[in-house]
Design a protein around this ligand. Structure first.
Ligand code: PMT
Length: 402
Protein backbone atom coordinates (compact mmCIF):
# COMPACT_ATOMS: atom_id res chain seq x y z
CA UNK A 1 0.00 0.00 0.00
CA UNK A 2 2.76 2.44 0.91
CA UNK A 3 5.38 0.87 -1.30
CA UNK A 4 6.96 3.52 -3.54
CA UNK A 5 4.85 6.32 -2.05
CA UNK A 6 6.60 9.66 -1.48
CA UNK A 7 5.83 10.84 2.04
CA UNK A 8 6.89 14.15 3.57
CA UNK A 9 7.16 13.90 7.35
CA UNK A 10 7.00 17.36 8.93
CA UNK A 11 8.27 17.59 12.51
CA UNK A 12 7.58 20.56 14.76
CA UNK A 13 8.93 21.55 18.17
CA UNK A 14 7.16 19.33 20.68
CA UNK A 15 8.31 16.66 23.08
CA UNK A 16 6.50 14.00 20.99
CA UNK A 17 9.06 14.62 18.21
CA UNK A 18 11.05 11.65 19.54
CA UNK A 19 8.14 9.35 18.53
CA UNK A 20 8.39 10.57 14.94
CA UNK A 21 11.70 8.71 14.57
CA UNK A 22 9.67 5.49 14.94
CA UNK A 23 7.12 6.74 12.40
CA UNK A 24 9.91 7.37 9.87
CA UNK A 25 11.34 3.90 10.50
CA UNK A 26 7.90 2.29 10.05
CA UNK A 27 7.26 4.18 6.82
CA UNK A 28 10.62 3.13 5.39
CA UNK A 29 9.94 -0.49 6.43
CA UNK A 30 6.58 -0.26 4.62
CA UNK A 31 8.45 0.68 1.43
CA UNK A 32 7.79 4.42 1.36
CA UNK A 33 10.33 7.08 0.37
CA UNK A 34 10.48 9.64 3.18
CA UNK A 35 11.62 13.26 3.17
CA UNK A 36 11.82 14.79 6.64
CA UNK A 37 11.27 18.53 7.08
CA UNK A 38 11.91 19.97 10.56
CA UNK A 39 11.02 23.37 11.92
CA UNK A 40 13.94 25.13 13.66
CA UNK A 41 12.32 24.38 17.07
CA UNK A 42 11.97 20.66 16.26
CA UNK A 43 15.77 20.41 16.16
CA UNK A 44 15.81 21.22 19.87
CA UNK A 45 13.87 18.01 20.57
CA UNK A 46 15.44 15.46 18.21
CA UNK A 47 18.57 15.65 16.09
CA UNK A 48 18.44 15.76 12.28
CA UNK A 49 21.16 13.09 12.25
CA UNK A 50 18.76 10.49 13.72
CA UNK A 51 16.13 11.32 11.13
CA UNK A 52 18.44 11.52 8.11
CA UNK A 53 19.92 8.15 9.11
CA UNK A 54 16.46 6.55 9.42
CA UNK A 55 15.06 8.13 6.24
CA UNK A 56 18.23 7.79 4.19
CA UNK A 57 17.91 11.42 3.03
CA UNK A 58 19.29 14.71 4.37
CA UNK A 59 16.76 16.48 6.56
CA UNK A 60 15.49 19.82 5.28
CA UNK A 61 15.04 22.67 7.72
CA UNK A 62 15.97 25.89 6.02
CA UNK A 63 15.07 27.58 2.72
CA UNK A 64 18.80 27.44 1.82
CA UNK A 65 21.47 24.89 2.74
CA UNK A 66 23.92 27.11 4.67
CA UNK A 67 27.28 25.84 3.39
CA UNK A 68 26.38 25.44 -0.31
CA UNK A 69 23.70 28.12 -0.70
CA UNK A 70 21.52 25.53 -2.45
CA UNK A 71 17.83 26.51 -2.50
CA UNK A 72 15.40 23.90 -1.13
CA UNK A 73 12.36 24.22 -3.37
CA UNK A 74 9.14 23.87 -1.39
CA UNK A 75 7.25 23.85 -4.71
CA UNK A 76 9.17 20.80 -5.99
CA UNK A 77 8.69 19.05 -2.64
CA UNK A 78 4.98 19.82 -2.69
CA UNK A 79 4.68 18.24 -6.14
CA UNK A 80 6.89 15.25 -5.24
CA UNK A 81 4.76 14.17 -2.27
CA UNK A 82 1.97 11.59 -2.40
CA UNK A 83 1.15 12.56 1.19
CA UNK A 84 2.43 14.90 3.89
CA UNK A 85 2.22 14.08 7.60
CA UNK A 86 2.84 16.73 10.23
CA UNK A 87 3.66 14.87 13.46
CA UNK A 88 3.83 16.21 16.06
CA UNK A 89 1.88 19.32 15.09
CA UNK A 90 2.15 22.00 17.76
CA UNK A 91 -0.54 24.64 18.42
CA UNK A 92 1.75 27.21 16.81
CA UNK A 93 2.28 25.24 13.57
CA UNK A 94 -1.43 24.39 13.40
CA UNK A 95 -2.19 28.13 13.66
CA UNK A 96 0.36 28.94 10.95
CA UNK A 97 -1.06 26.26 8.66
CA UNK A 98 -4.60 27.50 9.27
CA UNK A 99 -3.75 31.11 8.49
CA UNK A 100 -0.98 30.65 5.91
CA UNK A 101 1.94 32.11 7.91
CA UNK A 102 4.73 30.76 5.70
CA UNK A 103 7.76 31.66 7.82
CA UNK A 104 9.47 28.27 7.73
CA UNK A 105 10.14 25.46 5.27
CA UNK A 106 7.48 23.17 6.74
CA UNK A 107 4.54 25.58 6.40
CA UNK A 108 5.77 26.80 2.99
CA UNK A 109 5.84 23.21 1.74
CA UNK A 110 2.39 22.59 3.25
CA UNK A 111 1.03 25.57 1.29
CA UNK A 112 2.55 24.18 -1.94
CA UNK A 113 1.50 20.56 -1.38
CA UNK A 114 -0.99 19.11 -3.85
CA UNK A 115 -1.15 15.81 -1.94
CA UNK A 116 -3.38 14.95 1.04
CA UNK A 117 -2.08 16.31 4.33
CA UNK A 118 -2.37 14.50 7.69
CA UNK A 119 -1.97 16.46 10.92
CA UNK A 120 -1.23 14.71 14.24
CA UNK A 121 -1.56 17.36 17.00
CA UNK A 122 0.36 17.04 20.26
CA UNK A 123 0.17 19.55 23.08
CA UNK A 124 -0.94 20.14 26.61
CA UNK A 125 -4.65 19.61 27.34
CA UNK A 126 -5.44 23.29 27.98
CA UNK A 127 -3.79 24.30 24.72
CA UNK A 128 -5.66 21.47 22.98
CA UNK A 129 -9.07 22.65 24.13
CA UNK A 130 -8.38 26.39 23.79
CA UNK A 131 -10.87 28.05 21.42
CA UNK A 132 -8.10 29.14 19.07
CA UNK A 133 -6.72 25.58 18.68
CA UNK A 134 -10.20 24.12 18.27
CA UNK A 135 -11.00 26.79 15.68
CA UNK A 136 -7.70 26.34 13.80
CA UNK A 137 -8.16 22.56 13.63
CA UNK A 138 -11.70 23.12 12.35
CA UNK A 139 -10.24 25.42 9.66
CA UNK A 140 -7.65 22.81 8.67
CA UNK A 141 -10.43 20.20 8.40
CA UNK A 142 -12.51 22.54 6.26
CA UNK A 143 -9.54 22.87 3.85
CA UNK A 144 -9.71 19.08 3.37
CA UNK A 145 -6.80 18.12 5.67
CA UNK A 146 -7.04 14.92 7.70
CA UNK A 147 -6.70 15.42 11.45
CA UNK A 148 -5.35 12.41 13.36
CA UNK A 149 -6.93 13.04 16.74
CA UNK A 150 -4.53 12.98 19.69
CA UNK A 151 -4.98 10.29 22.31
CA UNK A 152 -5.91 10.80 25.96
CA UNK A 153 -3.38 9.90 28.63
CA UNK A 154 -0.46 11.27 30.62
CA UNK A 155 1.06 14.34 28.97
CA UNK A 156 4.59 15.74 29.14
CA UNK A 157 3.31 18.17 31.81
CA UNK A 158 2.29 15.09 33.88
CA UNK A 159 -1.33 16.25 33.55
CA UNK A 160 -3.86 13.70 32.32
CA UNK A 161 -6.00 14.52 29.30
CA UNK A 162 -6.30 14.74 25.53
CA UNK A 163 -3.15 15.89 23.75
CA UNK A 164 -0.80 12.91 23.35
CA UNK A 165 0.32 12.51 19.75
CA UNK A 166 -1.22 9.36 18.28
CA UNK A 167 1.20 6.41 18.39
CA UNK A 168 3.38 6.01 15.25
CA UNK A 169 1.88 2.56 14.57
CA UNK A 170 -1.61 4.11 14.43
CA UNK A 171 -0.48 7.01 12.24
CA UNK A 172 0.96 4.40 9.87
CA UNK A 173 -2.41 2.57 9.87
CA UNK A 174 -4.24 5.81 8.97
CA UNK A 175 -1.90 6.32 6.00
CA UNK A 176 -2.22 2.69 4.91
CA UNK A 177 -6.02 2.85 5.12
CA UNK A 178 -6.00 6.06 3.07
CA UNK A 179 -3.94 4.56 0.24
CA UNK A 180 -5.86 1.28 0.44
CA UNK A 181 -9.19 3.05 0.06
CA UNK A 182 -11.06 2.01 -3.04
CA UNK A 183 -11.19 4.76 -5.63
CA UNK A 184 -13.93 3.00 -7.58
CA UNK A 185 -15.98 6.15 -8.22
CA UNK A 186 -13.11 8.13 -9.71
CA UNK A 187 -14.30 10.68 -12.34
CA UNK A 188 -17.97 9.93 -11.61
CA UNK A 189 -20.44 12.73 -10.86
CA UNK A 190 -22.99 11.80 -8.21
CA UNK A 191 -26.00 13.92 -7.26
CA UNK A 192 -27.43 13.24 -3.79
CA UNK A 193 -30.50 14.72 -2.12
CA UNK A 194 -30.58 14.83 1.68
CA UNK A 195 -32.54 16.12 4.64
CA UNK A 196 -36.16 17.25 4.87
CA UNK A 197 -38.01 19.84 2.84
CA UNK A 198 -39.82 22.69 4.54
CA UNK A 199 -43.14 23.91 3.16
CA UNK A 200 -44.18 27.27 4.55
CA UNK A 201 -47.68 28.02 5.80
CA UNK A 202 -47.02 31.54 6.98
CA UNK A 203 -43.89 33.42 8.17
CA UNK A 204 -43.67 31.32 11.36
CA UNK A 205 -45.16 27.90 10.55
CA UNK A 206 -44.33 25.11 8.16
CA UNK A 207 -44.93 21.45 7.22
CA UNK A 208 -41.84 19.25 7.38
CA UNK A 209 -40.54 15.91 8.74
CA UNK A 210 -37.86 14.54 11.08
CA UNK A 211 -35.03 13.97 8.58
CA UNK A 212 -31.66 15.11 9.99
CA UNK A 213 -29.70 14.69 6.75
CA UNK A 214 -27.33 12.16 8.39
CA UNK A 215 -27.98 9.36 5.88
CA UNK A 216 -27.60 11.62 2.81
CA UNK A 217 -24.49 13.33 4.16
CA UNK A 218 -22.91 9.94 4.98
CA UNK A 219 -23.54 8.92 1.36
CA UNK A 220 -21.95 12.14 0.11
CA UNK A 221 -18.83 11.59 2.26
CA UNK A 222 -18.57 7.94 1.18
CA UNK A 223 -18.89 8.75 -2.54
CA UNK A 224 -16.35 11.60 -2.27
CA UNK A 225 -13.87 9.42 -0.38
CA UNK A 226 -14.09 6.89 -3.22
CA UNK A 227 -13.12 9.49 -5.83
CA UNK A 228 -16.48 10.90 -6.97
CA UNK A 229 -17.37 14.53 -7.55
CA UNK A 230 -20.52 14.97 -5.47
CA UNK A 231 -23.32 17.53 -5.70
CA UNK A 232 -25.27 17.43 -2.46
CA UNK A 233 -28.69 19.10 -2.61
CA UNK A 234 -29.82 19.47 0.97
CA UNK A 235 -32.90 20.67 2.77
CA UNK A 236 -32.46 22.62 6.02
CA UNK A 237 -30.17 20.61 8.35
CA UNK A 238 -27.53 21.50 10.93
CA UNK A 239 -24.79 19.30 9.40
CA UNK A 240 -21.57 20.58 7.82
CA UNK A 241 -19.48 19.21 4.97
CA UNK A 242 -15.71 19.52 4.99
CA UNK A 243 -14.83 17.69 1.81
CA UNK A 244 -13.60 19.73 -1.18
CA UNK A 245 -15.07 17.09 -3.57
CA UNK A 246 -18.58 17.85 -2.31
CA UNK A 247 -20.44 20.89 -3.68
CA UNK A 248 -23.40 21.67 -1.49
CA UNK A 249 -26.59 23.38 -2.64
CA UNK A 250 -28.93 24.39 0.19
CA UNK A 251 -32.66 24.53 -0.50
CA UNK A 252 -35.79 24.83 1.59
CA UNK A 253 -38.86 23.52 -0.25
CA UNK A 254 -39.55 20.53 -2.50
CA UNK A 255 -39.95 22.88 -5.49
CA UNK A 256 -36.53 24.41 -4.84
CA UNK A 257 -35.02 20.92 -4.41
CA UNK A 258 -36.65 19.82 -7.68
CA UNK A 259 -35.23 22.82 -9.60
CA UNK A 260 -31.73 22.38 -8.11
CA UNK A 261 -31.66 18.65 -8.95
CA UNK A 262 -32.90 19.27 -12.50
CA UNK A 263 -30.13 21.86 -12.98
CA UNK A 264 -27.31 19.53 -11.94
CA UNK A 265 -28.34 16.00 -12.86
CA UNK A 266 -27.90 16.29 -16.65
CA UNK A 267 -24.28 15.07 -16.60
CA UNK A 268 -24.60 12.91 -13.45
CA UNK A 269 -23.62 9.25 -13.61
CA UNK A 270 -25.70 8.45 -10.53
CA UNK A 271 -28.50 10.24 -8.67
CA UNK A 272 -29.31 9.11 -5.12
CA UNK A 273 -32.61 10.41 -3.77
CA UNK A 274 -32.20 10.20 0.00
CA UNK A 275 -34.17 13.33 0.95
CA UNK A 276 -37.48 13.05 2.78
CA UNK A 277 -39.46 15.27 0.44
CA UNK A 278 -42.85 16.58 1.52
CA UNK A 279 -45.42 15.22 -0.91
CA UNK A 280 -47.76 18.18 -0.36
CA UNK A 281 -47.45 21.91 0.37
CA UNK A 282 -49.97 24.52 1.46
CA UNK A 283 -51.79 25.87 -1.61
CA UNK A 284 -51.23 29.42 -0.42
CA UNK A 285 -48.64 30.89 1.92
CA UNK A 286 -49.98 33.64 4.17
CA UNK A 287 -47.81 36.76 4.12
CA UNK A 288 -48.66 37.44 7.79
CA UNK A 289 -48.91 35.11 10.76
CA UNK A 290 -52.27 33.28 10.65
CA UNK A 291 -54.20 34.59 13.67
CA UNK A 292 -56.21 32.48 16.06
CA UNK A 293 -59.84 33.42 15.37
CA UNK A 294 -62.52 32.86 17.99
CA UNK A 295 -64.23 29.60 17.06
CA UNK A 296 -62.97 29.09 13.53
CA UNK A 297 -60.51 26.30 12.94
CA UNK A 298 -58.58 27.15 9.76
CA UNK A 299 -58.64 24.64 6.94
CA UNK A 300 -55.30 24.31 5.18
CA UNK A 301 -55.68 23.36 1.56
CA UNK A 302 -52.74 21.37 0.19
CA UNK A 303 -51.43 20.85 -3.32
CA UNK A 304 -49.03 18.28 -4.73
CA UNK A 305 -45.29 18.86 -4.73
CA UNK A 306 -43.22 17.69 -7.70
CA UNK A 307 -41.98 14.10 -7.39
CA UNK A 308 -38.25 14.72 -7.84
CA UNK A 309 -37.20 11.07 -8.17
CA UNK A 310 -39.94 10.45 -10.75
CA UNK A 311 -38.89 13.53 -12.75
CA UNK A 312 -35.26 12.32 -12.83
CA UNK A 313 -36.50 8.83 -13.76
CA UNK A 314 -38.44 10.21 -16.72
CA UNK A 315 -35.36 11.99 -18.12
CA UNK A 316 -32.89 9.20 -17.26
CA UNK A 317 -30.55 8.46 -20.15
CA UNK A 318 -28.75 5.21 -20.92
CA UNK A 319 -25.91 4.62 -18.52
CA UNK A 320 -27.35 6.84 -15.79
CA UNK A 321 -28.34 5.16 -12.51
CA UNK A 322 -31.19 6.32 -10.31
CA UNK A 323 -31.29 5.16 -6.69
CA UNK A 324 -34.27 5.88 -4.46
CA UNK A 325 -35.05 5.39 -0.80
CA UNK A 326 -38.27 4.03 0.65
CA UNK A 327 -39.25 4.91 4.19
CA UNK A 328 -42.10 2.61 5.16
CA UNK A 329 -44.18 1.71 8.18
CA UNK A 330 -45.95 -1.36 6.70
CA UNK A 331 -45.99 -3.58 3.57
CA UNK A 332 -42.35 -2.58 3.23
CA UNK A 333 -41.17 -4.83 0.37
CA UNK A 334 -44.21 -4.46 -1.89
CA UNK A 335 -44.36 -0.67 -1.41
CA UNK A 336 -40.65 -0.41 -2.23
CA UNK A 337 -41.02 -2.52 -5.39
CA UNK A 338 -43.91 -0.36 -6.50
CA UNK A 339 -41.75 2.77 -6.05
CA UNK A 340 -39.03 1.23 -8.23
CA UNK A 341 -41.55 0.90 -11.08
CA UNK A 342 -43.40 4.17 -10.54
CA UNK A 343 -40.22 6.27 -10.43
CA UNK A 344 -38.15 4.25 -12.94
CA UNK A 345 -35.45 3.52 -10.32
CA UNK A 346 -32.60 1.04 -10.76
CA UNK A 347 -32.34 0.34 -7.07
CA UNK A 348 -34.16 1.25 -3.87
CA UNK A 349 -32.91 1.38 -0.29
CA UNK A 350 -35.67 0.33 2.04
CA UNK A 351 -35.68 1.42 5.68
CA UNK A 352 -38.58 0.81 8.00
CA UNK A 353 -39.75 2.83 10.98
CA UNK A 354 -40.70 -0.50 12.56
CA UNK A 355 -36.98 -1.27 13.03
CA UNK A 356 -35.27 0.03 16.15
CA UNK A 357 -32.38 2.46 15.55
CA UNK A 358 -33.30 2.90 11.89
CA UNK A 359 -34.56 5.82 9.80
CA UNK A 360 -34.81 9.42 11.00
CA UNK A 361 -32.25 11.17 13.20
CA UNK A 362 -30.39 8.18 14.67
CA UNK A 363 -26.74 7.51 13.77
CA UNK A 364 -27.52 3.98 12.58
CA UNK A 365 -29.77 2.46 9.94
CA UNK A 366 -31.01 -0.98 8.95
CA UNK A 367 -31.67 -1.33 5.24
CA UNK A 368 -32.67 -3.78 2.55
CA UNK A 369 -31.31 -2.95 -0.89
CA UNK A 370 -33.66 -4.01 -3.69
CA UNK A 371 -32.84 -4.04 -7.38
CA UNK A 372 -35.20 -3.54 -10.29
CA UNK A 373 -35.05 -7.28 -11.10
CA UNK A 374 -36.60 -8.01 -7.68
CA UNK A 375 -33.41 -9.36 -6.07
CA UNK A 376 -32.68 -7.99 -2.60
CA UNK A 377 -30.10 -8.00 0.17
CA UNK A 378 -30.93 -7.33 3.83
CA UNK A 379 -28.23 -5.79 6.04
CA UNK A 380 -27.73 -5.63 9.80
CA UNK A 381 -28.22 -2.39 11.75
CA UNK A 382 -24.96 -0.38 11.49
CA UNK A 383 -23.61 3.20 11.57
CA UNK A 384 -24.93 5.32 8.69
CA UNK A 385 -21.41 5.70 7.20
CA UNK A 386 -21.14 1.88 6.97
CA UNK A 387 -24.64 1.67 5.50
CA UNK A 388 -23.49 4.26 2.94
CA UNK A 389 -20.50 2.04 2.07
CA UNK A 390 -22.85 -0.94 1.47
CA UNK A 391 -25.09 1.17 -0.78
CA UNK A 392 -22.09 2.48 -2.73
CA UNK A 393 -20.74 -1.09 -3.16
CA UNK A 394 -24.08 -2.02 -4.78
CA UNK A 395 -24.01 1.08 -7.00
CA UNK A 396 -20.47 0.22 -8.17
CA UNK A 397 -21.69 -3.31 -9.05
CA UNK A 398 -24.52 -1.87 -11.15
CA UNK A 399 -22.19 0.64 -12.87
CA UNK A 400 -19.89 -2.25 -13.87
CA UNK A 401 -22.84 -4.11 -15.45
CA UNK A 402 -23.89 -1.16 -17.55
O1 PMT B 1 -31.95 12.18 7.28
P1 PMT B 1 -31.90 11.08 8.33
O2 PMT B 1 -32.39 11.57 9.68
O3 PMT B 1 -30.57 10.41 8.41
O4 PMT B 1 -32.97 9.95 7.90
C1 PMT B 1 -32.75 9.21 6.73
C2 PMT B 1 -34.05 8.96 5.98
C3 PMT B 1 -35.00 8.14 6.84
C4 PMT B 1 -34.73 10.30 5.61
C5 PMT B 1 -33.66 8.18 4.66
O5 PMT B 1 -33.03 6.99 5.00
C6 PMT B 1 -34.87 7.92 3.80
O6 PMT B 1 -35.57 6.93 3.94
N1 PMT B 1 -35.15 8.85 2.83
C7 PMT B 1 -36.35 8.79 1.96
C8 PMT B 1 -37.56 9.22 2.74
C9 PMT B 1 -38.79 9.31 1.88
O7 PMT B 1 -39.26 10.37 1.63
O8 PMT B 1 -39.19 8.16 1.40
P2 PMT B 1 -40.53 7.99 0.45
O9 PMT B 1 -40.79 6.55 0.51
O10 PMT B 1 -41.60 8.94 0.86
O11 PMT B 1 -40.03 8.44 -1.00
C10 PMT B 1 -39.57 7.53 -1.98
C11 PMT B 1 -38.46 8.15 -2.80
O12 PMT B 1 -38.97 9.23 -3.60
C12 PMT B 1 -37.32 8.71 -2.00
O13 PMT B 1 -36.14 8.44 -2.72
C13 PMT B 1 -37.62 10.21 -1.97
O14 PMT B 1 -36.41 10.98 -1.88
C14 PMT B 1 -38.27 10.42 -3.32
N2 PMT B 1 -39.27 11.50 -3.37
C15 PMT B 1 -40.40 11.44 -2.63
C16 PMT B 1 -41.36 12.40 -2.75
C17 PMT B 1 -41.14 13.48 -3.65
N3 PMT B 1 -42.02 14.45 -3.78
N4 PMT B 1 -40.01 13.53 -4.35
C18 PMT B 1 -39.08 12.56 -4.24
O15 PMT B 1 -38.04 12.61 -4.88
Amino acid sequence: MLSGKHIIVGITGGIAAYKTATLVRLLIKAGAEVQVIMTPNAREFITPVTLSTLSGKPVISEFFTANTGQWNSHVDLGLWADAMVVAPATASTIAKMATGVADNMLVTTYLSAKAPVFVAPAMDLDMMRHHSTVHNLELLRSYGNHIIEPATGELASHLMGKGRMEEPENILKVLQAFFDKKQDLESRHIVITAGPTVERLDPVRFISNFSSGKMGFALAEECASRGAKVTLVSGPVSLKVNNPSISRIDVESASQMHDAVMDVCGDADVAIMCAAVADYRPKSVASRKIKREHDDIPVIELEKNPDIAKAVGQLKRRGQLLVGFALETDNEQSNALEKIKKKNLDMIVLNSLRDKNAGFQVDTNKVTIMRRDGSSKAYACKPKREVAADIVDEIVELLKKD
